[in-house]
Design a protein around this ligand. Structure first.
Ligand SMILES: Cc1cc2nc3c(=O)[nH]c(=O)nc-3n(C[C@H](O)[C@H](O)[C@H](O)COP(=O)(O)OP(=O)(O)OC[C@H]3O[C@@H](n4cnc5c(N)ncnc54)[C@H](O)[C@@H]3O)c2cc1C
Length: 390
């Protein structure tokens, strides 16, 4: 009887750890790994059934590797980031090539300087003018005809808003390749894909660190207590119960098809669709192209995936923060709100409400881990019981 009572009261005690990391994506796993490497006590909570967040992949029965949330091409120019990911996986060299369908034809994506030069501009753009929106920023980089053919339609499909309502900084992601360059990111020093896939790499990254899968922290926060720090890598508006409204997100619905009798469906790994022939279709990926040539040869059939953008309601589907002025203002509110909660760090793709490539997520994780590790002198402060902070 006594034992039973004791067990019951123990069950009510929150699990108390020094650092609670919510989310086992690249950001959370990088931070957890670095804290754990330095001997800190860490618990990871992940609401999905497997770690890895947005980068997870799986092997289709045909042995073709598919990235569950769209193709993830790893590239970086930082030796430190490259060494970090290589701790957990070997990589094979892979430089993605992407084509875009515009005006009914296939073109290289990114477009190149030759194409831009074929469309003389009058009046000439004034590069010193600070663009006010995405369209203006694009028109400083390329002629209107090129913008209309290659960028405008694709942008409307992807974001479902007028390109003039999007932040000019989004245009920074549009590269114009030099003549002769035909890959997606020719300037990155390190490029590749993990030999055994991202899911395996992510499992190895958090090896030895306690990780509870299938736990939604926001539903069960009274069960956990973070003594020194809570790192939350989910959506920042969801963390605060959408109290000032919802931030906008886009996502892709992915339809995977296995074509048993087809050895190659398209000549490139990824084809983007800028035209309106199929208004919902944004891109088509053929996964075999991402595999090392030796593995590819042995496979029968092919797997293709068609991506169609939509506006998700369920936070588990959130993929891309929509960079409009309105969202930017609201995310500022949530960031300021987060800054008032002691020991709380909200970060990552959805926490910082900003698209970040994998290398950027890791780099941000390095910075956060460094800050948390340098805060050790403050560790004697009473811990935070998160439920009371909300
Ligand atoms: C479609 C798409 C394609 C991309 N392609 C590339 C690419 O080619 N190259 C590249 O470098 N980058 C790419 N990226 C970016 C890459 O996916 C991100 O850099 C990476 O996902 C960031 O990791 P994260 O940990 O910040 O977020 P996530 O991967 O989203 O991880 C957050 C984790 O937190 C968990 N979580 C959320 N809320 C809770 C909660 N309440 N309780 C418990 N767990 C919770 C989630 O389940 C998730 O696992 C792409 C992104 C998208 C959307």
């Amino acid at each position: 009887m006594g034992g039973c009572l004791k067990k019951r009261s123990l069950l009510k005690m929150p699990t108390s750890v020094d650092y609670l990391v919510v989310g086992a994506g690249l950001t959370g796993s990088t931070i957890a790994r670095l804290l754990s490497d330095k001997g800190r006590e860490v618990l990871i909570l992940e609401r999905r059934r497997s770690p890895g967040g947005n980068v997870i992949d799986f092997l289709h029965p045909s042995q073709i590797r598919v990235h569950k949330y769209g193709p993830h091409y790893f590239r970086c120019s930082s030796r430190r980031i490259w060494d970090f990911v290589n701790r957990f996986s070997k990589f094979y060299r892979y430089e993605p090539t992407v084509k875009i369908v515009a005006d009914g034809q296939y073109w290289d994506w990114p477009i190149n300087r030759d194409l831009v030069a074929k469309h003389p501009r009058s009046p000439a753009p004034r590069p010193k003018v600070k663009p006010q929106d995405f369209e203006e920023a694009c028109l400083l980089k390329m002629p209107r005809a090129v913008y209309k053919a290659f960028v405008e339609g694709y942008t409307r499909k992807q974001w479902d808003v007028d390109p003039r309502s999007l932040d000019p900084s989004l245009a920074d992601r549009i590269r114009i390749n030099n003549t002769g360059e035909s890959t997606l990111t020719p300037n990155s020093s390190f490029q590749g894909l993990p030999t055994d896939g991202y899911s395996e790499m992510m499992k190895r990254m958090i090896e030895g660190i306690p990780c509870s899968l299938g736990v939604d922290f926001l539903r069960r926060q009274s069960e956990f207590r973070a003594r020194k720090g809570l790192v939350f890598t989910g959506a920042i508006d969801e963390f605060f119960g959408f109290e000032q409204g919802r931030l906008g997100y886009r996502a892709h619905r992915r339809c995977h098809k296995f074509l048993r009798d087809c050895s190659q469906y398209q000549a490139w790994p990824q084809v983007n669709y800028a035209d309106r022939a199929d208004p919902g279709l944004l891109r088509r990926v053929e996964w075999k192209h991402l595999m090392p040539p030796s593995a590819r040869k042995q496979i029968q059939g092919t797997v293709i995936t068609e991506d169609r953008p939509f506006t998700p309601r369920d936070p588990d589907d959130f993929e891309y923060p929509i960079p409009t002025r309105q969202n930017s203002r609201l995310s500022e509110y949530y960031r300021a709100r987060a800054a008032t909660v002691p020991k709380l760090t909200i970060c990552g793709r959805l926490g910082s409400y900003r698209y970040m490539d994998m290398d950027a997520a890791i780099e941000a994780g390095f910075g956060i881990a460094k800050r948390l590790l340098s805060e050790k002198s403050k560790a004697v402060c009473p811990g935070v019981t998160i439920a009371h902070e909300l």
